[in-house]
Ligand binder design. Structure first.
Ligand code: KG4
Ligand code: ZN
Length: 334
């Protein structure tokens, strides 16, 4: 077998990451997180993100190569996230990938960030098709049908907020640090669903999601309680919010699985780290094989980009140095 070694770069949001995938094994996955810099703003500041990426990208590349004990001449190709994401942030990774590929005479593989989240599941076991994926992150909430390797089709998505975005926004209202998803998940496990928030479109016969009504209901309740000087129970607030989110996600996943028979369900993206979601999937989808990437591959990282790059490499999907960032890239425009 000829060795296949990919170097992948991810810089679409607030993590600068470089990974090396060697013959299906991740041999390094360096992640430089900027979360601490954005925390005080309660969200990612695009200009700050770009500057941080510029500062650390070269060191991340060097570290990923040295941890993997490979040099540029061992590589098969260079892969990079070209969208969706913040344009300035994407451009840093893209410029670094292009320069590295050009200097070392390597092919350049453009990767969709969401395909990366999905293909992180390949680290658990070889994926079998057709499969369904629930992709849940800070920027996206979508159901993707994958008829065969590399053939991604969105069959349902959010009409407004992404689920991770809703977590972060209600977290901000409760005064929790950004990003709030993990803490809300922890607090939810100590409380009860006593506030009964709305579950939008849960009974409707389509695969679209909506979280803005839930977010508004939460903000209104919080605001009214503050005005009246009423005390809200933080753990119960979190449990009520999370129950509503999980009811919506589970209802739509079940509907999708009933409509599209598949071999397995992949659940990926930052929100796939949610323990409540994992428990509900295990309890309620007893007939379906559910594959969730390990926690370290759920948040943004270049390892997942390397797995998705392998698929694009097999498809012969390469780019030249004219490759540009596509902040609103969708699966249709792959
Ligand atoms: O995929 P990701 O790292 O970045 C994007 O591409 O958006 O996802 C980040 C999102 C944030 O909104 C964060 O609050 C959420 O994932 N998140 C969680 C949990 N851990 C991270 N949401 C719910 N429960 C968690 N345990
Ligand atoms: Zn992401």
């Amino acid at each position: 077998m000829t060795e296949k070694i990919f170097l992948a770069i991810e810089s679409s949001c607030d993590e600068t990451s470089v990974a090396i995938l060697k013959n299906d094994q991740l041999v390094s996955n360096v992640i430089a997180s900027q979360v601490a810099s954005h925390e005080r703003f309660g969200g990612v500041v695009p200009e700050v993100a770009s500057r941080h990426h510029v500062e650390v990208i070269t060191t991340c590349i060097e570290q990923a190569l040295s941890e993997a004990e490979v040099t540029a001449k061992d590589l098969t190709a260079v892969a990079v996230t070209y969208g969706p994401g913040l344009v300035g942030a994407l451009l840093v990774g893209l410029s670094a990938a292009k320069a590295f590929a050009w200097a070392n005479h390597l092919p350049l593989i453009p990767v969709n960030h969401m395909a990366g989240h999905l293909m992180a599941a390949q680290s658990v076991e070889p994926l079998q098709y057709p499969l369904m994926a629930l992709l849940v992150s800070g920027g996206h909430t979508e159901l993707v049908y994958v008829a065969k390797e590399g053939d991604y089709k969105i069959i349902g998505e959010t009409r407004d907020d992404a689920v991770g975005e809703a977590y972060d926004k209600v977290g901000r209202v409760m005064g929790l640090p950004y990003p709030a998803g993990r803490l809300i998940d922890e607090l939810a496990h100590q409380g009860e669903d006593t506030y009964h928030f709305p579950r939008a479109m849960i009974k409707e016969d389509h695969l679209e999601f909506s979280f803005s009504g839930l977010k508004s209901a939460f903000i209104n309740l919080h605001h009214n309680a503050q005005q009246k000087g009423e005390e809200l129970i933080l753990e119960d607030l979190c449990a009520s919010f999370q129950e509503a989110v999980l009811d919506i996600l589970l209802a739509k996943v079940k509907k999708a699985l009933a409509t599209y028979p598949v071999k397995s369900l992949v659940v990926a993206g930052g929100v796939a780290a949610n323990q409540g979601l994992r428990e509900r999937l295990a309890a309620e989808l007893t007939e379906t094989k559910v594959i969730i990437p390990p926690l370290r591959l759920c948040g943004d990282n270049a390892g997942m980009i390397a797995y998705a790059a392998q698929v694009e490499y097999e498809k012969g999907h390469f780019a030249d140095l004219a490759l540009n960032a596509k902040p609103s890239l969708t699966f249709d425009s792959l």
